[in-house]
Design a protein around this ligand. Structure first.
Ligand SMILES: [Zn+2]
Length: 254
């Protein structure tokens, strides 16, 4: 997970405003902090970006990432997203007013971006990965992903409130290496969590009961930075299974 908040000395801090995971140094899942926090190696090798939904904290770094690489790209950056998310990007982000419409621009090697709309619930390829998008329960059309490189398999919920279809799909998966789940708000903000379609530690506990004894580590992500300490404390106080917290900037070998 790339960093998106910073200490006074400029070093990365653990708070997570924006969401972006880099898998195998090559594929980005969401692009919240991609343009701001990508390393030179990421800029050289990441050419596939896979989006859960169009909320700003998941796409903010995408225009900047493309902008940085514009003159250097030898192949387009492929943006994998549901058709409705691509529509939002073209209408509300890459519309010349907010940022250039990169889909109409080329460099000396050709197009700089390419949209790759993915179907819900069937497999598609992004770089070397095989991915299945499964609908989740968020305020806008959103998906979670089951991502496989043929060796390891990771499930990522993206932003969501309580749901069933995603958990049913997880239950069918064998050999899951890790599950990343959101937990945005503390328990006392359950009302806000409900209207914004997010989870709290208590609600997350109810969700994890739906998948029973899943045999892989569970990591919490997308914790609102202003409530991070409270959410972490409440997660640690949960009876039964206590998820870990995914650490910003740490490389996980799954
Ligand atoms: Zn969202």
């Amino acid at each position: 997970m790339l960093p998106s908040t910073f200490n006074q000395d400029g070093s990365a801090s653990p708070g997570q405003h924006l969401t972006c995971f880099i898998i195998d140094g090559r594929v980005a899942i969401d692009a919240g902090s991609l343009g701001m926090a990508a390393t030179p190696e990421h800029r050289e090798h990441v050419r596939d970006v896979v989006l859960t939904h169009a909320h700003l904290d998941h796409i903010a770094g995408l225009p900047l990432f493309i902008d940085d690489l514009f003159s250097f790209l030898k192949e387009p950056i492929r943006i994998h997203a549901a058709p409705s998310v691509i529509e939002v990007l073209e209408r509300d982000v890459f519309n010349w007013d907010v940022y250039p419409r990169f889909s109409e621009l080329t460099n000396e090697n050709g197009p700089v971006i390419e949209y790759a709309p993915f179907p819900i619930s069937s497999e598609f390829s992004a770089g070397h990965l095989s991915i299945r998008a499964v609908g989740v329960n968020h305020k806008v059309p959103s998906v979670g992903f089951i991502v496989s490189d043929g060796r390891s398999k990771v499930a990522i919920t993206g932003d969501t409130a309580e749901m069933d279809i995603f958990w049913n799909e997880i239950a069918k998966e064998e050999g899951l290496s890790a599950l990343l789940v959101e937990c945005a708000f503390p328990n006392e903000m359950a009302d806000l969590a409900q209207v914004s379609h997010h989870l709290t530690p208590e609600r997350l506990a109810g969700e994890l009961e739906k998948i029973g004894d899943i045999d892989c580590p569970v990591y919490c992500v997308n914790i609102k930075p202003m409530f991070r300490e409270t959410v972490i404390r409440q997660l640690a106080e949960l009876p039964g299974r206590q998820p870990q917290i995914l650490e910003v900037g740490r490389v996980y070998d799954l």
